[in-house]
Write a protein that binds this ligand. Structure first.
Ligand SMILES: NC(=O)c1ccc[n+]([C@@H]2O[C@H](COP(=O)([O-])OP(=O)(O)OC[C@H]3O[C@@H](n4cnc5c(N)ncnc54)[C@H](OP(=O)(O)O)[C@@H]3O)[C@@H](O)[C@H]2O)c1
Length: 325
């Protein structure tokens, strides 16, 4: 019998239970994967809390992992038993020994990348790929603002920005996180626990502000983000770590300088097997060439997923955290 983490009702980390589970046989276009490592992500907490509705209850948890193919459906063409694979866009249920996924959600994992690296980078790294290379196509030379720069997505964004020749200003909540963001390539940091972010951005950009703001913090930083974008700049609101942004008054975009706003999702960018593979190829190349290091800051046994989510929500993690079955 396999094990997995599930929840029957929404709530805090205490609703997560570690249970016996009978994985389904793969459907015609599905692949069954024995997980070797599983990624922890903030989005996992949104499904658990009910901010994002899961398809049904009880629900599995988690969208990111890496492992070995143990069975394939009758119409699967790209994978065979024994292949090393990775995934970062669900379906929910990655917090498990064994996970069944559509073939289209999987990529082959190059031998040069470990299971832990892949589990720590698929969802977060593919997100950075689309944020920096597609949502706003950075060319090099720009100065940008990226919130929560020492977190999972943020740590990868700092490194990717440095590789592109982009000056990333990263917000963080402590001196230790500032040092980490700097080590990862942030050009400057702002500690938003006591500094005025908009004022510091003005100073750091000689009054120009930035062409693009990346905001995964949400409620607490939304208005500040609008203040940091240059006229006709883009605010990318891609997450809700502090709570959801709601009640947006479009007039505010006019008042602050004809701003653009987008609320992107990984699923819209990696929306088919070709796009997913192309994005993953670019991500893997960044790792293999040494431009991107996956910092696995903490490892937890799968059974301790609730403890891992508690640490993530309490802002006590940095970089990537993995669960080990
Ligand atoms: N749209 C997409 O496609 C997509 C994909 C992946 C991730 N995301 C989003 O990207 C963000 C980062 O995800 P992640 O998994 O890498 O998480 P993370 O950055 O490792 O953790 C969240 C960070 O947000 C900061 N934060 C600010 N206010 C917070 C609050 N009230 N409570 C908790 N944290 C707060 C904390 O950093 P400080 O202590 O430095 O403030 C914390 O470490 C999340 O919002 C996530 O939902 C979106």
């Amino acid at each position: 019998m396999a094990k997995r983490i599930q929840f029957r009702a929404h709530g805090g980390p205490e609703v997560l239970e570690y249970v016996d589970y009978q994985p389904a046989a793969p459907g015609p276009k599905e692949v069954r994967v024995t997980n070797k490592a599983i990624g922890l992500n903030f989005i996992d907490t949104y499904y658990r809390s009910g901010l994002y509705p899961p398809p049904s209850l009880p629900s599995g948890v988690g969208s990111e992992g890496a492992g070995v193919v143990e069975a394939v459906g009758s119409d699967v063409t790209r994978f065979k038993v024994g292949d090393r694979v990775a995934y970062g866009s669900g379906p929910l249920g990655a917090y498990s020994d064994v996970h069944v996924l559509p073939e289209a959600n999987l990529v082959k994992l190059p031998d040069a990348i470990s299971f832990e690296q892949a589990a720590g980078v698929m969802l977060k790294g593919l997100t950075v790929q689309y944020l920096l290379r597609q949502t706003y196509e950075l060319k090099g030379g720009e100065t940008i603002l990226f919130h929560a720069a020492a977190g999972g997505v943020g740590s990868l964004a700092c490194q990717w920005a440095r590789a592109l020749g982009v000056k990333l200003i990263g917000t963080v909540s402590s001196a230790e996180k500032a040092a980490l963001a700097k080590a990862n390539g942030a050009w400057a940091t702002i500690d938003y626990s006591y500094e005025n972010v908009a004022q510091r951005v003005l100073e750091l950009t000689d009054g120009k502000k930035v062409p693009v703001v990346y905001d995964g913090v949400g409620k607490d930083t939304w208005l500040t983000s609008l203040d940091c974008a240059a006229p006709r700049g883009l605010v990318v609101s891609f997450g809700n770590a502090s709570g959801a942004v709601d009640g947006v008054n479009l007039g505010i975009l006019a008042g602050k300088g004809s701003l653009y706003v987008t609320r992107p999702t990984l699923g819209t960018y990696a929306n088919n097997a070709e796009n997913l593979q192309r994005m993953a190829d670019e991500l893997f190349e960044m790792i293999i060439s040494g431009k991107l290091t996956v910092d696995i800051s903490q490892r937890y046994p799968l059974a301790d997923a609730a403890k891992a989510q508690t640490e993530l929500s309490a802002r006590r993690t940095t970089g990537s955290v993995v669960l080990l079955p």
